[in-house]
Design a protein around this ligand. Structure first.
Ligand code: PGA
Length: 251
């Protein structure tokens, strides 16, 4: 999944999505591929990817469906414009906008009420890692975010994104990311039971690029990647898609 964050213009969004659609339509890798443009370009990208295997994702959502909440965008609005996925609880939202675990859980519920697949972001800060608290923090974030998920509902996708690795060029090692993926699976199992930990898809995010992607793709516990900077150009995003395609560069 490419997370374009606060980047692109209308024409750039159109041509970037078009370039991804061209390659993905031609190669048709057995993967889920999605793009998360800024809200104002969702409808434009929806038109470009229509009929292709590329899915549409939002970068955030508000937890109420409608009401007097100036500036917010709701899950039914996202579903209406064609979103299939929604990123929830990205560390940039937690840090710059004070999003709490409780708010993240409400956003997850809103997504599930409207058949959007939440991509829940979790990850420790550098200080937390240095204090040896990384696993505890991630476990707490996972359990808090999924607390309102009910039996029979879709299990959200979890993206492990250590804060110190995002946009820094300093990715986690594939081994560390895979270890944390197993911690996440354990936490999901403890909370939801029924083997949900094995079924949950875990992405890694944080400075993934064409030079390091193979290491992540080779880890059986890592199901995909959530990509910021490298998703803004076809020549850096497409190699990531290929790396995760079975029979491609994976393993
Ligand atoms: P990055 O961002 O790939 O630019 O590090 C990842 C993310 O924030 O999802």
């Amino acid at each position: 999944m490419g997370n374009w964050k606060l980047h692109t213009t209308r024409s750039c969004a159109e041509s970037l999505a078009g370039a991804v659609v061209d390659v993905v339509t031609r190669e048709n890798p057995p993967l889920e591929i999605a793009l998360a443009p800024p809200f104002t370009f969702l409808a434009i990208v929806a038109r470009v990817i229509e009929g292709s295997p590329v899915g549409l994702a939002a970068q955030d959502v508000f937890w109420e469906d409608e009401g007097a909440y100036t500036g917010e965008i709701s899950a039914p609005m996202l579903a209406d414009v064609g979103c299939k996925y929604c990123i929830v609880g990205h560390s940039e939202r937690r840090r710059h906008f004070g999003e709490t675990d409780h708010q993240v859980a409400r956003k997850v519920s809103a997504c599930l009420r409207h058949q959007l697949i939440p991509i829940v972001c979790v990850g420790e800060s550098l200080a937390e890692r240095e204090k040896g608290r990384a696993e505890d923090v991630v476990r707490r974030q996972v359990k808090a975010a999924l607390v309102a998920v009910e039996e029979g509902q879709v299990v959200p996708v979890i993206a492990y994104e250590p804060v110190w690795a995002i946009g820094t060029g300093r990715a986690a090692s594939p081994e560390d990311a895979a270890r944390m993926s197993r911690v996440i699976r354990e936490a999901v199992d403890e909370l939801l039971g029924s083997n949900a930990g094995q079924r949950v898809r875990v992405l890694y995010g944080g400075s993934v690029n064409p030079g390091n992607v193979r290491g992540f793709a080779a880890e059986p516990d890592i199901d995909g990647a959530l990509v910021g900077g490298a998703s803004l150009r076809p020549d850096t995003f497409i190699p990531l898609v290929r790396a995760f395609a079975p029979g491609g560069s994976r393993r």
